[in-house]
Write a protein that binds this ligand. Sequence first.
Ligand SMILES: CC(C)(COP(=O)(O)OP(=O)(O)OC[C@H]1O[C@@H](n2cnc3c(N)ncnc32)[C@H](O)[C@@H]1OP(=O)(O)O)[C@@H](O)C(=O)NCCC(=O)NCCS
Length: 161
Amino acid sequence: MNQFESPLKLTTVMGMELSLRLLVPEDVSQVMELERSAHSHPWRQSSFEDCLKGRQKCWLAEHNQKLVGYVVITHAGGDAELLNIAVSPKFQRKGIGSSLLQHAISCVAGHADMLFLEVRISNRKAIELYSKEGFFELGNRKNYYPTHNGHEDALLMANQL
Ligand SMILES: CC(C)(COP(=O)(O)OP(=O)(O)OC[C@H]1O[C@@H](n2cnc3c(N)ncnc32)[C@H](O)[C@@H]1OP(=O)(O)O)[C@@H](O)C(=O)NCCC(=O)NCCS
């Protein structure tokens, strides 16, 4: 079994114990709750359900058996993509996002040369997080994301694995 598939990892971040494990069907409703609380334009439930059957993997971070965050990654043909990352608003700025991102990088490192992602140009805290973890800017996609009153650009970023 490789790291992309290994079932459980324990880590400590800012004195807080975190366990990282793969999504199972029973988690989906709780994940949707966190998704709606963290994102202005949340994913549909079916996007998380896709993580249960395909190449796409959703890793959950739990503290005291409570869901505090997740990251979704995929890889194909030598490239990998980070598709989603979120931390429960009450648990943000405690290092959980960094831990999830580092875990995502270590999971895909043997499978891909580059990890790509897209992020809303207005999402400064996510861009700060990605830059801190070694991502660099590749360019913009014009009007890529819907907003409540129009569209905004995506920033394309990559990490050399
Ligand atoms: C982006 C997100 C995942 C970060 O998670 P987090 O657990 O709060 O991040 P961390 O505590 O690990 O922070 C790591 C670094 O990210 C940056 N960062 C995180 N929150 C920040 C904030 N509010 N303002 C500025 N920088 C911030 C900082 O560089 C921080 O390092 P520091 O604390 O040493 O300064 C979280 O804010 C979130 O879930 N946001 C909503 C969902 C989202 O936007 N996802 C990204 C979609 S592309």
